[in-house]
Design a protein around this ligand. Structure first.
Ligand SMILES: *Cc1c(COP(=O)(O)O)cnc(C)c1O
Length: 441
């Protein structure tokens, strides 16, 4: 009898995976809190919330309850000409929590589609206003906004998108205004804003995830947005990763001292990591530019599963959990633990930099010579984590923690122990950490 992993290998094609050389996938049959449980009973601590989606732990009973209730009531209905209670309820609740200028909610399927919708809103906004020459987007070097074509176009021209470069529309890249480089980047922006064709600026607020959890301050983002607004350039906050408490507050954009984004994109944590859904919100003037007696000024975008009631129910259930005092305390506890761990290892040999924002911690190791995503170090880090029953996906020499909010202090300690052991791997002298009792085979 072939194993589940062997059957998988015979028929499946996995994302971001060189199928010829990749080891067999780990077959997971159950989830529970921050743990993933394999077919053979081995438990793995999910240190990255299953690609940044999970907030409250796996197979959460409250979300499961609301989802199954919705499945037995209304599983789906087309969303043109029809509506349903969970879509309305979710939009009302979100708008009450988002920056005050956000006025409308547009549903789609995932983070990439949320970004596509945002880009199309910006382009058609200027088209509808009779300024079609405004069609250039600004974005950060090394940014990531998704894998569909528009989203790829506003993302880094990295190795992953190289086969498609000739077909990606032109954008203008700004350097990331990391501490110490703010003035330089503001100058780059000023030069670009002098042009008449700039339409929008899309950014991952405060943390560039795929770039390696690269962080910059709310103050410099506020200034970038302010200068864009002075030139009538629309600002898109891609909160697909940062939304729903990841960076501390409910939304990273809340940390901007004065400005508000014109458009916001959400997915990932939106449903607590249960179901795929995307959502784009916008300020009133953008929505107003699509109102007309002329049908052709409408936003002609939609997906078969737009505003799927089951996904909306999962989002409502997750939001209910996220808004509890208990969840706020969990996030504060994670942030405090990360801060303490940062203090412990910052400045030690083998550590180049430690970055921390809310529930996200990133350790940039110093491997001596230059490394890349494909480096052997990355594979060694990955294997070390798995050997310690921990799921992490290092980005080259950067290893980050982005755990579900329910992760306990004891579980956090296991994650930190692995990060310490990675430093030992880099230095090749520290002793291995001991596994907690309950993980001994
Ligand atoms: C993951 C991500 C996306 C893409 O979302 P998908 O649901 O994977 O399509 C877009 N933007 C950011 C910032 C992301 O982290």
């Amino acid at each position: 009898m072939p194993t589940l992993a062997e059957r998988d290998h015979a028929v499946l094609w996995h994302p971001y995976t060189q199928m010829q050389t990749a080891p067999l996938p780990v077959p997971i049959v159950r989830g529970e809190g921050s743990w993933l449980i394999a077919e053979n009973g081995t438990r793995y601590l999910d240190g990255i919330s299953s690609w940044w989606v999970n907030l409250h732990g796996h197979a959460h009973p409250h979300i499961a309850e609301r989802v199954s209730e919705q499945l037995r009531t209304l599983e789906h209905v087309l969303f043109a000409g029809f509506t349903h209670p969970t879509a309305v309820e979710l939009a009302e609740q979100l708008l009450a929590l988002l920056p005050t200028n956000q006025a409308r909610v547009f549903y789609s399927d995932n983070g990439s589609t949320a970004v596509e919708v945002a880009l199309k809103m910006v382009l058609q906004y200027f088209h509808n206003l009779g300024q079609p020459e405004r069609r250039t987007f600004l974005c950060f070097q090394n940014s990531y906004h998704g894998d569909t074509f528009g989203a790829m176009a506003v993302s880094s021209r990295g190795a992953f998108t190289q086969p498609f470069w000739p077909l990606l529309f032109d954008v203008e890249f700004l350097d990331v205004p990391v501490p110490g480089r703010e003035q330089e980047v503001l100058k780059q922006l000023d030069a670009l804003l002098a042009r008449p064709d700039v339409a929008g600026f899309i950014f991952e607020p405060l943390v560039l995830g795929t770039a390696g959890m690269v962080m910059y301050t709310p103050e410099v983002l506020d200034e970038l947005v302010r200068r864009c607004h002075q030139h009538g350039v629309l600002c898109i906050a891609d909160e697909v990763m940062t939304g729903f408490g990841r960076t501390g507050p409910l939304f990273a954009s809340e940390l901007l001292p004065r400005e508000q984004p014109d458009i916001m994109c959400f997915s990932k944590g939106l449903t607590g990591g249960t179901l795929a859904m995307g959502l784009t919100t916008c300020a009133a003037p953008i929505y107003a530019a699509f109102l007309s007696d002329d049908k052709m000024k409408a936003l002609f975008h939609g997906h078969s599963y737009t505003a799927n009631p089951v996904a909306c129910a999962a989002a409502l259930a997750s939001l209910e959990l996220t808004r509890t005092e208990a969840c706020t305390q969990q996030r504060q506890r994670l942030a405090a633990a990360h801060a303490a761990f940062r203090q412990e290892i910052e400045g030690l040999p083998g550590i180049r930099q430690v970055r921390h924002q809310g529930t996200i911690l990133a350790v940039e190791y110093d491997p001596g010579e230059g490394t890349s995503y494909f480096s052997r170090l990355r594979d060694a880090f990955y294997q070390l984590a798995i050997d310690n029953h921990v799921v992490l996906r290092p980005l080259g020499n950067v290893v980050y923690l982005l755990p579900p909010y329910c992760t306990t202090n004891e579980e956090l300690e296991l994650l930190y122990a692995v990060l310490r052991q990675m430093r030992a791997l880099v230095l090749d002298f520290l002793p291995a950490p001991t596994l907690p009792e309950y993980l001994h085979d």
